[in-house]
Design a protein around this ligand. Sequence first.
Ligand SMILES: *Cc1c(COP(=O)(O)O)cnc(C)c1O
Length: 354
Amino acid sequence: MKKHNFSAGPCILPQEVLKKASQAVLNFNNDNLSILEISHRSKAFVDVMENARALALELLGLEGKGYKALFLHGGASTQFLMVALNLLEKRAGYLNTGTWSDKAIKEAKIYDDVYEVASSKNANYNYIPKGYDIPSDYDYFHCTSNNTIFGTQMKKYPKSPVPMVCDMSSDIFSRTIDYSQFDLIYAGAQKNMGPAGTCLVVVKEDILGKVSRKIPSMMDYKVHISKGSMFNTPPVFPVYVSMLNLQWLKNLGGISEIEKENEKKARLIYSEIDLNPLFKGYASKEDRSMMNATFNMTNDNLKETFDTMLEEAGINGLNGHRSVGGYRASMYNALPLESVGILVDVMSELERKA
Ligand SMILES: *Cc1c(COP(=O)(O)O)cnc(C)c1O
């Protein structure tokens, strides 16, 4: 039996997607070749790339609004510097809500002035700062929608007077927000979109081409746009699996349908965390993430028992990140509600036993 996979990333994918992907490794499109051994310039793969790019824009509601979707190499971490190289002329503002924002700030600082408009670092990032200002002379404002490690999520976005850039690696395609409030969105595939190896970038074309520096070709969004996201050999297989997953999501009814499931999962786990005296949530309640629920045990002596029970129930990937400790239940789109039910049963069983 398949395990209940709460892994934070690389993460769970729908079984149906895994089946189609494995079939394509052996025989893609009934053409008696593997997807791994055909040219990325073949019509079969160009169709995959075009379909994946179109699906991303369609699901986000950004078709025909001046955006381009790209599937790039190098993960979200490469976007930390690519954003700065392409958009940072003088100064930019960053909201520091966790390890990933912190890393984005560090990379951007290599190129120019970067200011933290607000930070929750002093509270080990257990909340999202609010009520800060974004000066109108900044080149852009950068935020992280969901803090995978700490389990906080932005529920509201500021009205930014400058282009807004968002790292959505761990909650893209999970909830209905107005995606057109952002000028650039990026997301490493391996949290909520596909396997590791590609990063989705959705960028509004009119914010590009405004910096004076020379940008190396591989780092230049305009180069990738002009080549249809095929400037060099793209990450063929991760793009294909991402396409299958976006197709799966579309067939389910899109983001608004999966959001209902995600809300049910989140309600279930957080109500157990709040009612069960053996557990305590990490993130402040109003900022709790619908994707990653972080919690600690109130009695560490029960840890071994709990861990054994988790294993017996076939639960995988529940350990918290080392900077928070405790546990983290990552509940990405493909995780069934039933898996959260099993986890909650184990938690209440522990309470009965203790
Ligand atoms: C995992 C993660 C990253 C890093 O992604 P890579 O693809 O490993 O570079 C960046 N931002 C967030 C919010 C993440 O969860």
